[in-house]
Write a protein that binds this ligand. Structure first.
Ligand code: SAH
Length: 224
């Protein structure tokens, strides 16, 4: 799967993809992440990518030409399944959308800044608008990193133990069960006995009960 992320702050997106699972996915050739500096597509002398809003008001608006140039260049190179705009007024991101996106081949992600982007970019190019929650960040880079991380770890072959993604919270209707590792006794705080029993069926049953209990307590909405 290939992601092309268009941003004015490419440096912000270096570290999030350079470690751990995401780094491994790229090394294995399962995922490609290309970050494009929007400023390189600005045609005016000042290399500016934003302008004053028509009709007045506060905040700068990201202009069409640099986005159009970058998107057109990418689209001439390959077919894209989706052009996603990260936006607080988009559909709220969740595990179901992450699962769906993990089946795609090529995806462009646009990161907004300042007041946002010219509506016509959304009308002409964007096929999907996604928010990472009901709060406003200063740019679309962290939301893009959140989306790409959640999606890439779902692509088969990325996680070493694939079943571990299946038992994650939100993958079904349940949150994940509590987890423990050594030592079995930490200053009198003991691991639940059942986990030391070696009885796989009973352990699975216990985990299911715990997951159900946790979901009832914290997210009863998931059980509807
Ligand atoms: N004026 C806009 C917010 C602009 S914030 C509004 O009220 O909707 C600047 C940019 O940050 C946005 O264009 C978007 O790309 C990104 N952004 C901010 N919050 C976000 C969120 N919750 N989810 C996804 N992207 C977000």
């Amino acid at each position: 799967m290939r992601f092309d992320i268009i941003t004015v702050l490419p440096d912000l997106l270096q570290s999030p993809f350079a470690h751990s699972i995401l780094q491994r996915a790229q090394k294995k050739g399962i995922a490609e992440i290309h970050v494009h500096n929007l400023r390189e597509y600005a045609t005016n002398k000042q290399k500016s990518v934003d302008d004053y809003p028509f009709g007045g008001g506060s905040g700068m608006v990201m202009a069409i030409p640099p986005f159009a140039a970058c998107i057109e260049k990418l689209k001439a190179e390959r077919e894209y399944d989706e052009v996603i705009f990260m936006s607080p007024d988009g559909k709220t991101f969740n595990q179901e959308i992450a699962n769906e996106l993990s089946g795609l081949n090529n995806v462009i992600i646009l990161c907004g800044h300042y007041k946002g982007i010219d509506q016509r970019i959304r009308d002409i190019y964007v096929t999907r608008e996604i928010s990472i929650g009901d709060y406003v960040l200063s740019g679309g880079e962290l939301p893009a990193a959140v989306l790409v991380d959640a999606v890439i770890r779902l692509i088969p072959g990325v996680l070493n133990d694939e079943t571990s993604a299946l038992s994650d919270s939100f993958q079904g209707d349940l949150l994940d069960a509590p987890i423990y590792t050594r030592p079995a006794d930490w200053q009198g705080h003991k691991v639940p006995e059942i986990l030391l029993s070696g009885h796989e069926a009973k352990i699975n049953e216990w985990r299911h009960e715990q997951a159900l209990k946790r979901t009832q307590e914290r997210r009863p909405d998931l059980l509807k």
